[in-house]
Design a protein around this ligand. Structure first.
Ligand SMILES: O=C(O)c1ccccc1NCC(=O)[C@H](O)[C@H](O)COP(=O)(O)O
Length: 200
């Protein structure tokens, strides 16, 4: 989210989470717009997620404090120790992993107990926001006690499948580039229809 009126329109749809990209190389980088978004005026109950890639703990903590973020989503090479540091500072952590044709679930083990959620995204050229889906069938092998967000190219045409998706540990769906009019600007009509379809 990068633009005040668009943010307000999306917030009115009452998503559970809203994401703000703090990665300067992303086309969705919130940058100087952030102070105009007035995050403190968003409806209570919508959690504000800061998305970071390979930032230091000190930088992340500073951003969380400055903008009142509720949690962070880490898309780089953040270690279990860094995740633990953030949690010790009272910041809930979502750790993202890129999934390709194959996925080594063993790499997740050191993060168990150090993160609140995983996020499974499609491996691609960028650390996130690539707009392509991976084979969700890989996640039938997931057995860890950490709930996860499913991400990566989720699109309107996936609605019927997503609505009935039964995967162990699946907690939430992350809708991004396939619901945009431009990078950082959501198509609120499309998003509203998707939420109506997905919600019971
Ligand atoms: O969206 C970005 O530009 C981005 C850049 C760098 C790191 C993370 C980023 N997005 C994080 C997300 O949670 C996206 O929703 C997720 O990657 C899925 O995006 P998409 O494939 O466009 O649906």
């Amino acid at each position: 989210m990068t633009e005040p009126a668009n943010l307000a329109a999306v917030a009115a749809l009452r998503p559970d989470f809203l994401g703000f990209i703090f990665y300067p190389h992303s086309r969705r980088y919130v940058g100087a717009q952030l102070s105009k978004l007035k995050l403190d005026q968003l409806p209570a109950g919508i959690r504000k997620v800061g998305v970071f890639v390979d930032e230091t703990t000190a930088q992340i903590r500073a951003r969380v404090a400055e903008f009142g973020l509720d949690m962070v989503q880490l898309h780089g090479h953040e270690t279990p120790a860094q995740c633990a540091e953030l949690r010790q500072a009272g910041i809930p952590v979502i750790k993202a992993f890129g999934v390709g044709a194959e996925f080594d679930f063993a790499q997740l083990n050191p993060y168990v107990g150090q993160v609140d959620y995983f996020l499974f995204d499609t491996q691609g050229r960028q650390p996130g926001g690539n707009g392509t889906a991976f084979d969700w069938g890989l996640l039938t092998r997931y057995r860890l006690p950490v709930p996860y967000f499913l991400a990566g190219g989720l699109a309107p045409e996936h609605a019927p499948v997503l609505r009935n998706l039964q995967l162990p540990g699946l907690f939430a769906l992350d809708l991004n580039s396939r619901f945009e009019t431009a990078p950082g600007l959501k198509n609120t009509d499309l998003l509203g229809r998707m939420l109506n379809t997905l919600r019971p």
